[in-house]
Ligand binder design. Structure first.
Ligand SMILES: *Cc1c(COP(=O)(O)O)cnc(C)c1O
Length: 413
């Protein structure tokens, strides 16, 4: 292989049909932001949009804005736009709550829809909140339900007659390993189980088709690749065939068929709105809608293709430039089964990431020893990857990480 150089990266940027999207984000000049999978960057249109919603819709419209500014429809409207990014129908997705809360609602709904089956199957090492919410849902529902976790290699064979729900994260948060959504869904259905896909590390970066895969349920994050801002509301998907039968255990009034009739008895809305609970967070929804509209302008297969290219470039450059430093790729070598981030093992990973951040390259650290780089296809340039790896090489060659201040663990990594 001929050596990769900056010229090569600049040529890739010049040929990138998505390159113009970068100008639609506000990114600090001196920072290489490789953490868009934890908190997406700020779209340039968001501050003005927020100002309008706050000053005009809230400040002047006041309560009239629920109708006049279509606040009440926002969960469905933004959900419908997200549907276009994940291969769902517009009436199958709604924005509500956080990913964790949406997991709870759908886990309990699935258990109740498969009476007699008592096992929820997930992957050992899945994102913590997914496993924790299963544990909490089981404790709330009772009836002898249990969580079974398996390593990826033996997961499929564990889908048996007792499994009510298979809950998996499509792109693993640490390794970026992808599940074959269609194949695993088929396997779950053969055993009569429902499947719930967590799309937190997929939606907005990968080309997804929930309906082609036959998925039952899904959840995902608003603040990662959808660029909805810190703590943005999350989304959930329920396949239309389940709308009449699956019910949320969090029976708040916004999920009622007629919330403004103020009746004493709960009656779920006939459609996806039954998965709402309380009053929607309009400011969060407004910011999320800007991010979703922006991605909606991009072609998803192109985005997914650029993700693969960025990750491949990063892996090859780390090998070429930092071969001396002892990084070991965590996760797949094959591009087709990798999400949009790359992680490397290194015993000194924490200090290395702190030194890198001090040098303007923002990635993150995932315990026990992984440094992780989110390679957002919408706003990163190939030349950014070149520059980031050059700075990583310097951090390693000059042992800049080897300082006490870089070993102090912060609360958030
Ligand atoms: C980021 C992430 C979440 C986040 O859940 P919150 O409720 O927003 O904190 C959930 N699941 C996965 C797989 C994630 O990567």
């Amino acid at each position: 292989m001929t050596a990769l150089d900056l010229q090569h990266c600049l040529a890739l940027d010049a040929a990138d049909p998505l390159a113009h999207f970068r100008d639609m984000f506000l990114l600090p000049e001196d920072v290489l932001y490789l953490d868009g999978n934890s908190l997406g960057a700020l779209p340039a249109a968001t501050p003005d949009r927020m100002s309008e919603v706050v000053r005009s819709q809230w400040g002047i419209g006041l309560i009239r804005s629920w109708t006049a500014s279509h606040w009440i429809e926002a969960p469905q409207r933004v959900g419908g736009k997200i549907a276009g990014l994940i291969g769902a129908k517009t009436n199958e997705v709604i924005v509500a709550d956080s990913t964790s809360v949406n997991l709870f609602k759908l886990i309990v709904a699935a258990l109740q829809a498969r009476p007699g089956r008592r096992t929820i199957l997930s992957e050992a090492g899945n994102f913590p909140t997914d496993l924790y919410m299963i544990q909490g849902a089981i404790a709330a529902v009772g009836g002898g339900c249990r969580l079974e976790t398996r390593p990826r290699e033996t997961l499929l064979e564990a889908i048996g007659e007792d499994v009510a729900l298979v809950l998996l994260t499509h792109a693993h948060y640490k390794t970026a390993d992808l599940f074959d959504m269609a194949a695993v869904t088929r396997r779950a259905h053969e055993s009569g189980a429902l499947i719930l896909w967590d799309l937190s590390h997929s939606a907005g970066a990968l080309d997804l088709d929930l309906n082609a895969a036959g998925a039952d349920l899904a959840v995902g994050c608003g603040y990662k690749y959808l660029n909805g801002g810190p703590g943005a509301p999350a989304f959930l998907f329920v396949a239309e065939r389940h709308h009449a039968t699956l019910c949320s255990p969090l029976t708040g009034w916004m999920g009622h068929a007629h919330p403004f009739e103020f009746t004493d008895d709960y009656m779920p809305a006939p459609d996806i709105r039954r998965f709402l609970c309380g009053t929607p967070p309009i400011l969060g929804l407004a910011a999320l809608e800007v991010g979703v509209d922006l991605i909606g302008q991009a072609d998803m297969p192109l985005l997914a293709g650029k993700s693969q290219q960025l990750c491949r470039l990063m892996i090859d450059l780390v090998e070429q430039e930092c071969g001396f430093a002892g990084f070991e790729l965590l996760g797949p070598q094959r591009d087709a089964i990798r999400g949009s981030h790359v992680s490397f093992h290194h015993a000194e990973g924490y200090a290395i990431m702190q030194a890198l951040i001090a040098d303007g390259v923002i990635g993150d650290f995932r315990a026990p020893d992984a440094i992780r780089f989110g390679l957002t296809p919408l706003y990163l340039r190939f030349a950014d990857i070149w520059e980031a790896v050059q700075r990583l090489r310097k951090v390693m060659a000059e042992r800049r990480w080897d300082q006490d201040e870089y070993r102090v663990r912060a609360t958030i990594t």
